[in-house]
Write a protein that binds this ligand. Structure first.
Ligand SMILES: Nc1ncnc2c1ncn2[C@@H]1O[C@H](COP(=O)(O)OP(=O)(O)OP(=O)(O)O)[C@@H](O)[C@H]1O
Length: 268
C-alpha cells in the first residue's frame, strides 16, 4: 500500500547567529499508512514539533523530503488540519462561528456552513454550546472546538501537537477517548505528538520513539490492545503496562542523555 505520509532521510537545521546551526532533525525515515493513528514521543527538544511543522508545510526540510500522497509538501494545505496545544480560537467568535471559520476559507456556502459546524460540534460533544464564546468554555471544551474546526473542512490528515497537554488529567483522558472514537468514525490519518507515555500507548496504533537531538526515529512500536473504550479500563491491563514499560525503556536513555547535555551546558 502507498504511504499516506512519508519522511525520506529528512534533516532540518536552524541557522543560529554567531554559532553552528542547530541540527534539529537528522536522517528521519518514517512512513504512515492511510487511516493510521501514529503517535510520536521523544525527549524535550528532540524535534517533535519541527517534524510536525515540516508535515504541515510551515517550514521546509534542509535535507531529504516529506511526502503526502506521494507528493512533496510545499506549504500548508487544506488536506492537513492542525491542532496545537494552545487553543488558537478566535476570541470574538462563538464556538459555532469558530468552526465555520475554516469552512468560509474553502468557500462552503453559509447555510451549509451552519449545518456542518453543528454536525462537528455534535461529534465532539458540544451540542448546546454553539453560541458560547471561547472565554465562556472550559479548557477541554475549547480544545474540542479546535478539533471540530480542524475536522469540519474534512482534511485527510490531522496533525496534533500536544493538544491535551494543558488540560487536567481527567479532561485529558476523556478527550483521548473521544479522539479515538472520532478517529474510528472518520478514518482520518492522525499524527499525534506527545510527551506522555500513557497517552501514546492509549492512542496509538503505532508509537514512534525519537532520539535526543538531532532527532531520528529510534523505534516504531505497534500497539495491539483490545477494546480501548472508557468502560474497558484498558489502562489497567497488563498489556498496557508492558507497552508503557517498553516505551519508557526506549525513551529513558534518550532523556538521560538530554539531561546530561543540559547539565554540561552543551550547545548542539
Ligand atoms: N526557529 C528555530 N531556530 C533555532 N532553533 C530552533 C528553532 N526551532 C526549533 N529549534 C531548536 O530545534 C530543536 C527541536 O525543537 P522542537 O521544538 O522541534 O522540539 P520538541 O521535541 O518539539 O520540544 P518539546 O518537547 O520541548 O516541545 C530544539 O533544540 C530547538 O531549540
Amino acid at each position: 500500500m502507498t504511504a499516506k505520509i512519508e519522511f525520506r532521510a529528512v534533516g532540518k537545521r536552524f541557522p543560529v547567529r554567531d554559532a553552528e546551526p542547530v541540527r534539529a532533525l537528522d536522517g528521519v525515515d518514517l512512513a504512515v499508512a492511510p487511516g493510521e493513528f501514529l503517535v510520536v514521543v521523544g525527549p524535550s527538544g528532540c524535534g517533535k514539533s519541527t517534524l510536525l511543522d515540516l508535515l504541515a508545510g510551515l517550514s521546509a526540510p534542509t535535507a531529504g523530503e516529506v511526502l503526502v500522497d506521494g507528493r512533496p509538501v510545499t506549504g500548508p494545505g487544506l488536506d492537513r488540519g492542525i491542532v496545537f496545544q494552545q487553543y488558537a480560537l478566535l476570541p470574538w467568535r462563538t464556538a459555532q462561528a469558530n468552526v465555520e471559520f475554516g469552512l468560509e476559507a474553502v468557500g462552503v456556502p453559509r447555510p451549509r456552513r451552519t449545518e456542518v459546524a453543528r454536525e462537528f460540534l455534535d461529534l465532539v460533544g458540544l451540542t448546546g454550546f454553539e453560541r458560547r464564546y471561547p472565554h465562556e468554555l472550559s479548557g477541554g471544551m475549547r480544545q474540542r472546538v479546535a478539533i471540530a474546526r480542524s475536522l469540519a473542512y474534512d482534511p485527510d490528515v490531522l496533525l496534533m501537537d500536544e493538544p491535551f497537554a494543558a488540560l487536567d488529567a481527567q479532561t485529558r483522558e476523556s478527550l483521548q477517548e473521544e479522539l479515538r472514537r472520532i478517529w474510528q468514525r472518520t478514518g482520518k490519518t492522525v499524527v499525534f505528538i506527545t510527551h506522555g507515555i500513557d497517552e501514546a500507548v492509549y492512542l496509538g496504533e503505532r508509537v514512534a520513539v525519537m532520539t535526543s537531538r538531532p532527532g531520528r526515529i529510534k523505534a516504531v512500536l505497534p500497539i495491539e490492545l483490545g477494546d480501548r473504550s472508557a468502560d474497558a479500563d484498558v489502562r489497567s491491563s497488563p498489556e498496557f503496562a508492558r507497552y508503557r514499560h517498553e516505551i519508557w525503556t526506549s525513551l529513558h536513555d534518550e532523556v538521560t542523555r538530554t539531561q546530561q547535555w543540559e547539565k554540561e551546558g552543551v550547545a548542539r
